[in-house]
Design a protein around this ligand. Structure first.
Ligand code: B12
Ligand code: SF4
Length: 467
């Protein structure tokens, strides 16, 4: 079948607001995996990444007319739903027989709502590869859709949600992501990451933890499944030789969830003598000195830690299952072995007072991180945080376009106001980044970044401080 995967038009400005110049633009690995599986079953597959190509809806209309797909697949986030609906409308206006299929985070959380839109035919909830494949088979062979696990669909009687698809036990059997279908030359990473060309890779699926604000487990469960070291090494080689990556960002939700696996992977990266630096995301309770030393030897220069709050009561409320002491210890250990740290703290959590926010900002300063970000509490639908927010304060908007976590305030805790929260966020960045001690240290470290990154960083820095 002719399958067209579309990333709806959006811009870095829409996604990151005023911080667009330090934003990330990477191929969607979710789409790349589903596309690879479709290609392996001999479907004719095309991917359009509108953000990378700077395409608008007219461009998409032209592409749909030229390629004339039988199937259109789109990856949903809550922030891109309206754009997905618009593309579905364009497709149906052109040819009502085109089947429009949604997958990804938001469709997984709200399959029924998605299908209420007249132009959406199917929703694949959860892990996508097998279900997408089975659905295409069912469409081709006119089979009963009831047999397709993981599918939500509709007939004259209404919306039907089939039983879930079992998670793939061994993800190393999956075809590697179809990066060749993406405009790989267009992608870039945040300005403060090293390397001229940073590309992304994912080596595991799922996270066994239970943070109340996270919806990751709704797609991949609380399991932790990982690719083989052999496959990962092959993929890294491809990123370096075919796509000119000199730096890699591991997108795993919790990269160091299995210490033994990471030590093995690092050993192999060292054996291969890869000339790359890399970064990853993990939790402060999942690193120790032995592991960090090995990671450093294998090229790790930066770790993103989800620290979330400087107030233990709030860490407990969002079920982060870490302590303030663990935050400090992890950052100290990274410093000791020479790995930089980037901490993310959510501001304006439920029951968070202005004084609590001050404590969080102070914690970021005290533990002496290299970079921080302060996203604003955004209760994604389907998460436990959403329920807590409903009980503890005011959810101001249910228009998902605003759920960006950066510029828009969608939730206000009891006793706080939109203006005061905006002001607190502004002050948080200023207090952290405008310290003379910090600035002198940073200027010295900036020398390791390519000139374009330095320019974008300084520009974004000025906007952040003085917006
Ligand atoms: C890495 C990441 C990013 C990266 C990269 C995105 C990219 N280009 O890949 C960046 C930083 C850019 C990003 C941005 C955002 N992200 Co994000 N991100 C993630 C993260 C940590 C991992 C995603 C990933 O690569 N997973 C690995 C791949 C293999 O899995 P997958 O994408 O889920 O795809 C599988 C299935 O979902 C399904 N599938 C996916 N798409 C499709 C499409 C079709 C047609 C089909 C059939 C199936 C299918 O099949 C795939 C294979 O099994 C997730 C957390 C998580 N656990 O998912 C959050 C997550 C997806 N992000 C989230 C959000 C909210 C955002 C932002 C809106 C926030 C922001 N302002 O930063 C933006 C929106 C981006 C956009 N395009 O509009 C939320 C989504 C919640 C929601 N209800 O929408 C998540 C779940 C985190 C959370 N807060 O809970 N994100
Ligand atoms: S550790 Fe990260 S991926 Fe795991 S549940 Fe918490 S926020 Fe989600």
């Amino acid at each position: 079948m002719k399958v067209l995967f579309i990333e709806p038009p959006t811009s870095q400005k829409e996604r990151y607001g005023k911080l667009k110049d330090i934003g990330t633009l990477h191929p969607s690995l979710g789409l790349a995996y589903v596309a690879a599986m479709s290609e392996s079953k001999d479907h004719e597959v095309k991917v359009v990444d509108s953000e990378a190509m700077n395409y608008n809806f007219d461009d998409i209309k032209k592409i749909i007319k030229e390629f004339h797909p039988e199937i259109i697949g789109m990856q949903t986030f809550c922030t891109n739903m309206n754009r997905c609906y618009k593309i579905a409308e364009i497709a149906k206006n052109f040819d009502n027989n085109i089947k429009v299929i949604l997958g990804g985070a938001h469709a997984t959380l709200e399959p029924k709502k998605c299908l209420e839109n007249e132009n959406i035919d199917y929703v694949i909830y959860g892990e996508g590869e097998i279900t997408f494949n089975n659905l295409l088979g069912a469409i081709e062979k006119n089979k009963d859709f009831k047999e397709v696990d993981g599918l939500a669909w509709k007939n004259n009687e209404g919306i039907i949600i089939n039983k879930p698809q079992e998670l793939i036990k061994d993800i190393s059997i999956l075809p590697k992501p179809a990066r060749h279908l993406f405009p790989m030359e267009k992608y870039h990473s945040s300005a403060n990451l090293r390397g001229k060309k940073t590309l992304n890779i994912i080596t595991s699926r799922g996270c066994p933890f239970r943070c109340a604000y996270c919806s990751g487990h709704l797609t991949f469960g609380k399991t932790h499944r990982y690719n083989s070291t052999e496959n990962i090494i092959k993929e890294i080689k491809e990123l370096i030789t075919k796509y000119n990556a000199d730096s890699i960002q591991f997108y795993d939700e919790t990269f160091t969830a299995n210490k033994k696996r990471i030590i093995e992977l690092c050993d192999e990266m060292i054996n291969q003598k890869f000339d790359i630096e890399w970064s990853c995301f993990t939790r402060v309770n999942l690193v120790d000195e032995e592991l960090l030393k090995k990671m450093k030897d294998a090229g790790c220069y930066l770790i993103f830690f989800g620290l979330e709050s400087g107030v233990q009561r709030l860490l407990n409320l969002i079920k982060k299952d870490i302590t303030l002491e663990q935050q400090k210890k992890a950052v100290d250990l990274c410093k000791k072995v020479g790995i930089e740290t980037w901490g993310s703290f959510i501001l304006a959590l439920p029951t968070e007072t202005k004084e609590d926010s001050e404590k969080t900002i102070q914690q970021a300063i005290d533990i002496d991180l290299d970079y921080v970000q302060f996203p604003i509490c955004t209760p994604f639908p389907g998460t436990e945080l959403h329920k807590i927010c409903k009980k503890e304060g005011k959810i101001l908007k249910d228009d998902w376009d605003n759920f960006t976590t950066w510029d828009e305030i969608v939730y206000v805790p009891e006793g706080r106001s939109v203006e005061e929260i905006k002001d607190t966020v502004k002050k948080a960045y200023r207090r952290f980044y405008l310290r003379p001690k910090y600035m002198s240290k940073r200027v010295w470290k900036l020398r390791k970044l390519p000139p374009k990154n330095i320019y974008n960083m300084v520009k974004a820095g000025i906007i952040t401080m003085f917006r």
